[in-house]
Design a protein around this ligand. Sequence first.
Ligand SMILES: *Cc1c(COP(=O)(O)O)cnc(C)c1O
Length: 395
Amino acid sequence: MLKKERLFTPGPTALLPQAQAAMAAMTLHHRTAEFRAVVTQTLQRLQRFLDTRNEVLLLASSGTGAMEAALTNVTSPGERVLVLSAGKFGERWEKLAQAYGLLVDLVQLPYGESFGAAQVKGRLSGANAPGVVMVQASESSTGCKHDIEAIAKAARAEKADVLILVDGITGVGTQALEIDAWELDMVVGGSQKAVMMAPGLAYLSVSERAWAAMEAAKTPRFYFDLRRERKSQAQGETAFTPAIGLIAALNAALEYIEGLGGRAGLTANAEALGAATRAALGALGLKRFGQGQPSGALTAIEMPAGLDAGLVVKGLRQQFGSVVANGQGEMKGQMIRVAHLGYYDFAETLSLIAQLEIVLAQLGKLETAKLGTGVAAAQRYFLAETGGQKASAKG
Ligand SMILES: *Cc1c(COP(=O)(O)O)cnc(C)c1O
């Protein structure tokens, strides 16, 4: 049977055709007025997308590069930092900080739990308290989001000038994230997540407080020196050769996202697909992984007892061309992770639920009488959300 390859992985995610086309069509040299106009427009759109007064910069790297840039530009070796970690990406902040000789105060929660104010309280007071807090908005390895508003407010209440660095790589475009109102100093994003394009480009917003901290920061940096990028990007240039095609793709993707109502519209879409997926899980007697707040970016579906997630990943891939992610690290085998962030619609979410039912039935983990019950729950969610209106009645 014919099958189409479809990515349901929480990075890289499904590609927007308009972004692909823009990338393929881009032939400009970067030191030209035409390309400077593209960079300037992309940065303006990115700032609108992030809905912040803070400056926004583009970097040619994966998301981790921008995490590294955030960290190295505002710290000095030997400095204490607070890392909140409840998954593989929390551990990335920890490892990054250690690699640059920072002293890490580590707050850990079990995989699948969510951070809030309670985990910050009492950790930022006193003369020797950490000057930087690092956290994920959405922890893609567990499918849980953290309460960034509560964390930021609790941190700032204890230490007014603390720097708050947020890995928003799957949190941007999938959950509320008020950069200015919550005073988030640096928020990092990546191209292969909610902005619907290929990997290779990262972006971050930088507050005035963070710019000021850079003057005193002593951690070595060169390629990721944000002060140099700031000067260049203000002129529509980048310090080094930019990822020209990827910037053209991002510009096209952001234009498309503006048509969806910007980041708020994109977030509402991802959250609805997540809620529909959870409704299906409930009807099928499946659970999502962990006890934390569900992320809008993805759903981590716990496997029934005795079933290796690898078999489900393989079944979906071989029979339907659908690519979902296995668990990461020691969570491998326990779950599949299904993306909602970026370019996903209800039709393909419904289809994936139907495919999952088939694969579970084949593996003897779903009675055939239950086929369709997850799909039906998602269908009911859709009808309830749209008020049951007929497609023909209101376009
Ligand atoms: C994907 C992801 C990253 C970065 O991954 P790269 O492979 O460096 O792009 C970091 N944090 C989170 C939460 C992610 O989902």
